[in-house]
Ligand binder design. Structure first.
Ligand SMILES: Cc1cc2nc3c(=O)[nH]c(=O)nc-3n(C[C@H](O)[C@H](O)[C@H](O)COP(=O)(O)O)c2cc1C
Length: 206
């Protein structure tokens, strides 16, 4: 029997939307049989900025017990699911800063041959979800990773409508994560575990 897929769910979240999706993905992946590390990117913003936004401060307190990601989590993982809120149509600097610490592992080929996927959140419907996920996936190509996007592989994907990855529109905090987004998160988690499991077995046999 093969060993379980090791999945790292690595995210940044200021006001908690992406954190909520990250937790759902982590739980669904565990239920699907994966060994999961849920990790957050280190905060780069000054404490005064966090304190000036009630939702940001609340999320920082609520996720204080989640470990900050290190490159070891990438080396450990068979599969990685990254999560980032959109920042001007792009990946948040906190998550990008972590990705930019991975040169050493990349140089040793230790980011290659893993499954990668991504999820995101925006304030507005056309605010850059796809551009954020595609920007994230740019780095995966440099890693030699294998992008496993959800596509429309499950009927639930026709409800949330984003084949690039789970995404949510939070309407500046007025639209909390709902069942449509949570369903998409579960579908993505299960698909990543399934494909990563097949890849792991196949690579071990090769
Ligand atoms: C500096 C900054 C830039 C942002 N850029 C965008 C954007 O380009 N499009 C958009 O729809 N929302 C944008 N947002 C809103 C966040 O992406 C959105 O509220 C997201 O759901 C927050 O996720 P979180 O609760 O996990 O932090 C931006 C927010 C900030 C602070």
């Amino acid at each position: 029997m093969s060993t379980p897929v090791k999945l790292a769910v690595i995210y940044y979240s200021a006001t908690g939307t992406v954190a909520t999706i990250a937790k759902e993905i982590a739980e669904a992946a565990e239920k699907a049989g994966a060994e999961v590390r849920l990790r957050k990117a280190a905060e780069l913003a000054p404490q005064a900025a966090i304190d000036s936004n009630a939702a940001w401060a609340a999320n920082a307190a609520a996720t204080a017990d989640i470990s900050v990601v290190t490159p070891d989590d990438m080396e450990w993982a068979d599969a990685v699911i990254f999560g980032s809120p959109t920042r001007f149509g792009n990946v948040a600097s906190q998550l990008k800063q972590f990705i930019d610490t991975l040169g050493g592992l990349w140089a040793q080929g230790k980011l290659a041959d893993k499954v990668y996927s991504g999820f995101t959140s925006t304030a507005t419907a056309h605010g850059g979800q796809e551009s954020t996920l595609l920007a994230l996936y740019n780095s995966v190509h440099h890693f030699g990773g294998i992008v496993v996007a959800p596509g429309y592989t499950d009927p639930a994907k026709f409800a949330d409508g984003n084949p690039y990855g789970t995404s949510h529109v939070d309407a500046q905090g007025n639209n909390p994560v709902d069942d449509t987004t949570l369903n998409a998160a579960r579908v993505q988690a299960e698909r990543v575990v399934k494909i990563a499991s097949g890849l792991k077995v196949g690579l071990a046999a090769a």
